[in-house]
Write a protein of this length. Structure first.
Length: 205
């Protein structure tokens, strides 16, 4: 479902926006709260070709497909309250984009270190989701049990024992009968995974 960009460009100028020369997202939210927004298929975007905002051509025959019922101009408290708001719906975010990283951006994650912020914003984006990231995980080990066999030369007192070996749980080696042997289980920790590095949270725009 794509909303009409042209409607916001053309129809929010009386609210204080400047058409193709920019504006403020809160004026767009105010317009959407009062009038709703129609689909792009009903009011298609043309300013990219004409380079003019045009006059508002929204008619009564057009049916709004989205509206704003409630809005908050500022979300205090950092990232976590912002995540909670995203669970209810999209959030508009004003950022500073006059940096080289945005001019050359094609794909991937832009980090905070890439964005200098002089105290004002130049662009508004819509946050549609987030990845909360994860903490680093340590190595993972698995317990492996093996059988270890120990043998010794048979002694004189072994010869008179019924089993052929004096000590309990010892037995005469099948091939090398001069030896008494004993089997025991040995547990060993085997590295399965070296773990994962920490993943920083990021926003989906």
């Amino acid at each position: 479902m794509r909303l009409s960009e042209q409607e916001l460009v053309s129809c929010t100028q009386p609210y204080g926006n400047y058409g193709c020369r920019g504006g403020h997202d809160d004026y767009c939210w105010e317009y959407a709260q009062q009038h709703g927004i129609v689909a792009d298929s009903e009011y298609p975007y043309v300013s990219g070709e004409t380079l003019e905002p045009g006059s508002c051509d929204r008619s009564d025959s057009m049916t709004p497909i989205a509206t704003v019922t409630e809005m908050s101009y500022r979300i205090n408290g950092g990232a976590y309250p912002l995540m909670e708001h995203l669970k209810q719906g999209p959030v508009s975010l004003s950022i500073f984009t006059r940096t080289e990283v945005f001019w050359q951006y094609k794909s991937g994650i832009v980090t905070a270190e890439d964005c200098s912020f002089p105290g004002y914003s130049t662009h508004t984006v819509v946050l549609v989701g987030f990845d909360p990231g994860s903490e680093a995980t340590g190595p993972v080990y698995e317990t492996v049990t093996t059988t270890e066999t120990k043998c010794r030369m048979r002694r004189r007192d072994d010869l008179i024992a019924e089993s052929g070996c004096r000590a309990e749980d010892w037995y005469v080696h099948e091939e090398h009968t001069r030896f008494c042997c004993h089997d025991s289980e040995v547990e060993e920790q085997v590295l399965v995974s070296e773990g994962e590095p920490a993943k920083a949270p990021y926003w989906l725009i």
